[in-house]
Design a protein around this ligand. Structure first.
Ligand code: PA5
Length: 374
C-alpha cells in the first residue's frame, strides 16, 4: 500500500480526463498490464530462467535505458540469492568497460539475454557482437545460439531478424509498452527471475497497485504539477537505503525521458542519505531554492527512521517542499506497488504539463547523430 504525506487540491475532472487519455493511448499497454499477465508467456519466462540457472554461472544482460535500468534496480535493491550472477553490458560504448566485463566472465559458463525493443540501438548491438563471439568460441555455433535469449519486437528489427534466423529463444516487448514502462514485461521479468527475484510477488504487488494507487498517484502528480508552475524546476528523489541507488536511476530515466520535452519538465535528480547529507545535503539545506524533495520512505529500522525525521524537519525549515511517499514493504511486493505507482504518477504528470509521456525524440536525435559519425 502506497501512502503520501501531503494532499493537494486535485482537479478531479482534469485527472479523470488524463486517466482516460492514458488508458486509450496506443502506448498505454502498461496501464492494466499487471492485471492482464499473459500466463503462457509468464510460464515460458520461468522455464527459460530455470534453464539459465541450471547451465550458467553468469547471465550477461545486454541493454540500455528502459531495457536495463528497471531490472538492475530491483536486483541491486533486493539482493536476492541466485547461483547465476548478472553482468550488465551494452549500456555504454566504453571499450574499457567491455573488456573488463569480458575478462570477468573468464572461462565461466554463461548465457546472454540481449534486450532491445527497437533492435537497432548501437551500444547493445556492439556489446552483443562481442559477447556472442565469446559464446561461439566457447560452445560452437549451435551451443551458443541455444544460450541466447533475445527480448525484442515481435515482428521487426535487426535483432528480431537475427533471432529468427538463428533460432534464439525469443521474448516480446509488447508494441504498446515503451522501454521505460517495460520492467514488468519479459524485459525485466526474465533477468529478475534468473537473479532470484520472486516475480510472482512482484506482479502481485503491481496488480494490487492498479486499483489502489490512482488516488495517491493523482495527489503526487498534481503536487508536482503545481510546484512546477511555481518555478520549482528540480525534483530530488531521496532514499535512505543505499541499495536503492539504481532505483533512483530508474526513476530519473522514467521522469526525465517522459517529461523533458518541448522545453518543459521537472529535472529529476537523486540522493542517497545519509551519505549525501555530507555532500549534496549542504545544497539541499541552504542552496538555491528551485528544488523540491521527494522522499521514498521504505520501512526501516528505528535509527534510520530518526534520520528521515531529522531530514524532513531540517529541510522543511530550510524552505524546501518535502513530499514523502510511504512504501509498505522492502520486498518484491512493495517494489511492485512502487513501480506501478511511479509509472502512473509520471504519465499523469507529463500529461498535466501537456507533453507526451511515451515518446523520446531527444534520445532518437542523439542516436541519429551517432550513426552518422560511425
Ligand atoms: O524508455 C525508452 O524508450 C528508452 O530508454 C529505451 O529503452 C532505450 O533507448 C533503449 O532502446 P531499445 O530497447 O530500443 O534498444
Amino acid at each position: 500500500m502506497i501512502t503520501v504525506n501531503f494532499s493537494s487540491k486535485v482537479d478531479t475532472e482534469k485527472i479523470s480526463q488524463v486517466l482516460t487519455e492514458i488508458s486509450k493511448d496506443p502506448m498505454g499497454g502498461w496501464f492494466e498490464l499487471p492485471k492482464r499477465v499473459d500466463m503462457a508467456e509468464f510460464a515460458r519466462i520461468k522455464e527459460a530462467a530455470k534453464k539459465i540457472n541450471d547451465e550458467s554461472e553468469y547471465l550477461v544482460c545486454i541493454g540500455i535505458g528502459g531495457s536495463y535500468l528497471g531490472h538492475r534496480a530491483l536486483i541491486e535493491a533486493l539482493r536476492p540469492r541466485s547461483d547465476t550472477k548478472i553482468i550488465y553490458a551494452g549500456n555504454s560504448l566504453s571499450k574499457r568497460e567491455l573488456d573488463h566485463e569480458l575478462k570477468r566472465l573468464g572461462d565461466h559458463d554463461f548465457s546472454i539475454n540481449v534486450i532491445s525493443k527497437s533492435g537497432t540501438t548501437l551500444e547493445p548491438a556492439i556489446a552483443f557482437t562481442e559477447f556472442k563471439k565469446k559464446l561461439i568460441e566457447k560452445y560452437g555455433e549451435e551451443g551458443a545460439y541455444s544460450r541466447i535469449y533475445a527480448t525484442t519486437d515481435a515482428n521487426k528489427g535487426t535483432l528480431h531478424d537475427e533471432a529468427v534466423a538463428n533460432n534464439y529463444t525469443r521474448f516480446v516487448v509488447p508494441d504498446n509498452v515503451g522501454g521505460r514502462y517495460s520492467v514488468l514485461t519479459a524485459v525485466g521479468l526474465l533477468p529478475l527471475a534468473v537473479g532470484g527475484v520472486d516475480i510472482d510477488k512482484l506482479l502481485e504487488g503491481a496488480a494490487e497497485a492498479v486499483d489502489q494507487v490512482i488516488e495517491p498517484a493523482s495527489q503526487y502528480a498534481w503536487m508536482r504539477f503545481t510546484l512546477g508552475q511555481r518555478n520549482y524546476d528540480t525534483e530530488v528523489f531521496a532514499s535512505f537505503e543505499p541499495s536503492t541507488m539504481y532505483f533512483n536511476e530508474w526513476l530519473k530515466q522514467l521522469f526525465g525521458e517522459s517529461e523533458g520535452k518541448n522545453q518543459k519538465g521537472i529535472f529529476p535528480a537523486s540522493v542517497i542519505y545519509s551519505t549525501d547529507l555530507h555532500s549534496l545535503g549542504q545544497f539541499m539545506q541552504d542552496g538555491r531554492r528551485n528544488l523540491f524533495e521527494t522522499i521514498i520512505n521504505f520501512p526501516t529500522d528505528e535509527m534510520n527512521q530518526k534520520v528521515v525525521s531529522a531530514v524532513v524537519k531540517a529541510h522543511t525549515a530550510g524552505n524546501i517542499p518535502v513530499l514523502s511517499i510511504g512504501v509498505s514493504s522492502f520486498d518484491e511486493k512493495g517494489f511492485g506497488e512502487l513501480i506501478y505507482f511511479f509509472e502512473l504518477s509520471c504519465a499523469i504528470s507529463a500529461k498535466l504539463q501537456g507533453v507526451n509521456p511515451f515518446d523520446q525524440p531527444g534520445v532518437e536525435a542523439y542516436k541519429a547523430e551517432l550513426k552518422q559519425l560511425l
